[in-house]
Design a protein around this ligand. Structure first.
Ligand code: HEC
Ligand code: HEC
Length: 347
């Protein structure tokens, strides 16, 4: 009798502990899964034995990340209770660069995909590439940027530090960063780097990552290749000439809805209420007619000209408009924009 009692209590205890253990185990497993997915991509690559990035940040310092964020968002920070010297009086980095993901598929650089993502996520559609994941890229100012900036970009091609300096001084019409500022910006870029969860890796690769310690070196190489194939390492930049008059479609067959989106999320991002320039652009007939009446020309007021060439910074008038490369606005999108402006102009 007593024995049966002990046995029953025993079974009861084992049973309840099994029930109690189960969710606990599940939670622990879940946590392990989440942990791998939360890891920064550059850290995982290092763990797998890949080469160190040139701009590798040894130790993340949250205070420096914050300083870097201030510099990127506002152009200055506070030190000893005082505002530091602005990087530029004309621009902040986020006038041209987003801080968020810009594509569903982050191996793509197709402007149609980028516009679709901008629409779905309500983010601006800007002439420069996003800082999200810039830490994971290895080549900058690619392809045709050498035509605009010449020797300046040669040293910036494979150095994120130098690329940042070129942009702080030239794209921003500002100045070079001091070393502490540059360090802080790199820390901030590190905080915006890709995480494993962003890569959409298959279950086998994720499983390998969870058992990273047990992988042979050839297995590690395979995982490195999988990871590196899951995101873009550089954004190409193709400069296009102003479309010759005889090739302009003036909105014919274009999609005005896309065009409206480009007008709002790109042109008006800078020109709305004359935020960055004397030229104020809004969704009204008058502004649309300015583009319509200039549609045949090769002047700055022609949509075809301004999008492909932007304007240049001059002494006394340092703010300028960056050009859109083919990767940042396709000719199809340009025609969509024209289709919208034509509609708005009631022509
Ligand atoms: C007026 C517009 C503008 C401003 C302001 C600006 N940039 Fe840029 N930046 C560009 C353009 C255009 C490129 C060309 C390459 C690209 O991003 O696609 C670029 C490229 C870069 C690149 C190389 C990116 C790549 O993938 O090739 C870095 C790094 C960069 N900028 C950092 C900065 C920082 C930091 C600031 C603020 C201090 C800044 N930029 C301000 C327009 C701008
Ligand atoms: C990153 C900010 C920015 C974006 C995005 C931008 N612009 Fe500009 N744009 C400028 C600046 C700055 C100028 C120079 C004007 C000045 O000196 O104030 C300019 C100049 C122009 C001019 C020439 C004005 C003149 O009288 O010479 C036109 C036209 C123009 N932009 C149209 C557009 C259109 C259309 C778009 C969208 C496809 C666009 N801009 C996107 C900043 C921008």
């Amino acid at each position: 009798m007593k024995q049966t009692y002990v046995l029953l209590v025993g079974i009861f205890l084992i049973g309840t502990s099994a029930i109690l253990m189960k969710p606990d185990n599940q939670a622990r497993n879940q946590k392990r899964i989440l942990d791998v997915e939360q890891l920064a991509v550059s850290d995982v690559l290092l763990m797998l034995g890949d080469d160190t990035l040139i701009h590798h940040v040894q130790q993340v310092d949250p205070q420096k990340v914050k300083v870097g964020e201030d510099l990127v968002l506002n152009g200055f920070t506070e030190r000893d209770g005082k505002k530091t010297k602005r990087i530029s009086t004309h621009f902040v980095c986020t006038d041209c660069h987003n801080l968020k993901r810009e594509f569903d598929d982050i191996t793509s650089d197709d402007p149609a995909d980028r516009l679709k993502y901008a629409k779905a996520n309500d983010i601006p559609f800007l002439p420069a590439s996003t800082f999200w994941g810039i830490y994971n890229r290895t080549s900058f100012y690619n392809k045709d940027y050498v035509k605009k900036y010449g020797d300046l970009v040669v040293n910036a091609r494979d150095s994120l530090d130098n690329a940042t300096q070129v942009c702080a001084k030239y794209c921003s019409s500002g100045r070079y960063l001091e070393q502490w500022e540059l360090d802080a910006v790199m820390q901030y870029f590190k905080s915006l780097e890709l995480r494993v969860k962003d890569l959409g890796l298959d279950a086998t690769t994720l499983k390998s990552l969870r058992n990273i310690g047990k992988l042979s070196s050839s297995e590690k190489d395979k995982v490195i290749a999988k990871i590196k194939g899951a995101y873009i390492h550089k954004y190409d930049a193709t400069f296009l000439e102003t479309l010759p008059r005889e090739e302009r479609k003036y909105g014919e067959g274009g999609d005005p809805e896309n065009g409206e989106l480009i007008y709002e999320e790109s042109c008006m991002y800078c020109h709305g209420s004359a935020r960055l320039t004397y030229l104020s652009l809004g969704k009204n007939k008058l502004d649309a007619r300015m583009f319509w009446y200039n549609k045949d020309s090769y002047r700055d007021q022609s949509l075809y000209q301004i999008v492909r060439h932007g304007t240049y910074s001059k002494p006394g008038r340092r703010q300028y408009m960056p050009l859109y490369t083919e990767e940042k606005m396709s000719d199809v999108q340009l025609n969509d924009l024209m289709a919208y402006l034509k509609q708005l102009a009631e022509k």
